[in-house]
Design a binder for this molecule. Structure first.
Ligand code: NAD
Length: 389
């Protein structure tokens, strides 16, 4: 009997639990950070959650800078300003605090601050990451305030290239945060739209990782339990943002999704990335719109797996039962069935559709789809999501 070979990596130290943000000074000490740059987004910077966290640093006598210029779907100019502040402030590490946008940009600042090559030289293609000076990457402590992207346990940062209108995944193994503080109380203030969108992002990660071809039973197990956690807890967190049990389960599911997707993602993400880059839509919401169409298109390749997943999640009816549950979940979370519900005045001409299909098939996630993502398939999935049929 031949045994399979695979590359696995296990994420980092995660301090999980309510109130654990109080351990931030200790986490910094363990990461070897004496003068952190605190990276967050402007919306979050106005909320008490940031003031309270900065007060913890002040009380511990930790000098810090604050960079709060991260826009949702961060862009290269955000990175340039953050790197500039990191260098001028003499910082030796980053606290990446927020949703996926702030986490990614914080990680990218820590990465890029002491590199000499442009960030686009480190796109997640083959072994481009080996071009980086690995000794120059500053340590990161990550503190998620949404429960979706799982960027806190990931080795990549997503950045939009404004010149080419493309969303790029920048990867380096050392971009993995040294310590994560996963405190579900920090997510309580998320409004329902963000709760729904980020939660569906976690679901998309778990589902696509679970369905991706390849041998990775560890990722499969993590992904299946992540799907169960989302199905049971996302409606509760959406209905009552203060349901801390549901918030905690969603925070776990988010980290599990990002742990599992080292196995691969698929067409949901391949299509969501160009839409996010061209229309600046919320990433998780965009994934949620594409989810049922991609599930249906992949059916022949994944029916057995989804049947097993449905049984594990206590859903009757095999593949059809699972697909129906996804549609019902989207409806419960008030997620639109077509892209027009996310993008006001959407009027996509044929050339634009061709462009999106082209961008989707070269997206690094396309290779993980259980059915080959051809130009024709990408185009037809896009048509489905535009027409809502
Ligand atoms: P986000 O970080 O863009 O935040 C969305 C909004 O939620 C912001 O306005 C923010 O201020 C607000 N917000 C965040 N936390 C809040 C809280 N606790 N209370 C109130 N408001 C809060 O959203 P996101 O979905 O977490 O991240 C999306 C980004 O992450 C995209 O750029 C996407 O491409 C990227 N992403 C990265 C990975 C990865 O592996 N690195 C994976 C998936 C997505």
């Amino acid at each position: 009997m031949t045994t399979p070979t695979a590359n696995w990596s296990i994420p980092t130290a995660v301090r999980f639990g309510c109130g654990r943000i109080a351990e931030l000074p200790d986490a910094l000490a363990i990461a070897g950070i004496g003068k952190p740059l605190f990276v967050t987004d402007p919306g979050l910077a106005k909320l008490p959650v940031v003031a309270d966290t900065l007060a913890i640093l002040d009380k511990a006598g930790i000098a810090h800078g604050v960079f709060a210029e991260v826009k949702p779907n961060p862009v290269e100019s955000n990175l340039a300003s953050g790197v500039d502040m990191f260098r001028k402030g003499g910082h030796d590490g980053v606290i990446a605090f927020g949703g996926g946008s702030a986490l990614d940009l914080g990680k990218l600042i820590a990465f890029q601050a002491r590199q000499t090559r442009p960030v686009w030289d480190f796109e997640d293609i083959g072994d481009w990451w080996t071009r980086a000076d690995a000794t120059a990457i500053a340590p990161i402590v990550a503190v998620p305030t949404t429960a979706g992207t799982g960027s806190e346990v990931g080795r990549a940062g997503v950045l939009t290239n404004e010149a080419t209108h493309t969303k790029k995944v920048i990867f380096h193994p050392k971009m993995l945060p040294a310590v994560v503080i996963a405190d579900p109380e920090l997510t309580v203030g998320m409004p329902p739209f963000i709760t729904a969108g980020t939660g569906m992002d976690a679901l998309a990660h778990c589902l696509e990782a679970y369905c991706a071809p390849g041998y990775h039973p560890m990722a499969d197990g993590i992904a299946a339990e992540g799907v169960r956690l989302v199905l049971e807890n996302l409606p509760k967190a959406f209905a009552d943002g203060k349901d801390i049990g549901a918030r905690a389960s969603m925070m776990s599911a988010a980290a599990m999704g990002a742990t599992a997707f080292q196995k691969g993602l698929g067409a949901i993400h391949s299509l969501s990335h160009p839409i996010g880059a061209l229309y600046d839509t919320h990433h998780g919401m965009t994934n949620a719109v594409f989810m049922p169409y991609v599930l249906a298109a992949n059916r022949n390749a994944i029916a057995d797996r989804i049947e097993r997943l449905a049984a594990y999640c206590g859903i009757a009816g095999g593949f059809d039962g699972f697909a129906t549950r996804i549609l019902a979940l989207r409806q419960e979370l008030k997620i639109p069935h077509a892209l027009g519900g996310l993008i006001q005045g959407l009027d996509m001409n044929e050339a634009r559709k061709d462009l999106i299909a082209e961008m989707a098939i070269v997206d690094p996630t396309a290779g993980g789809n259980p059915v080959k993502l051809t130009r024709e398939l990408a185009r037809s999935l896009l048509e489905d999501a535009v027409s809502g049929t």
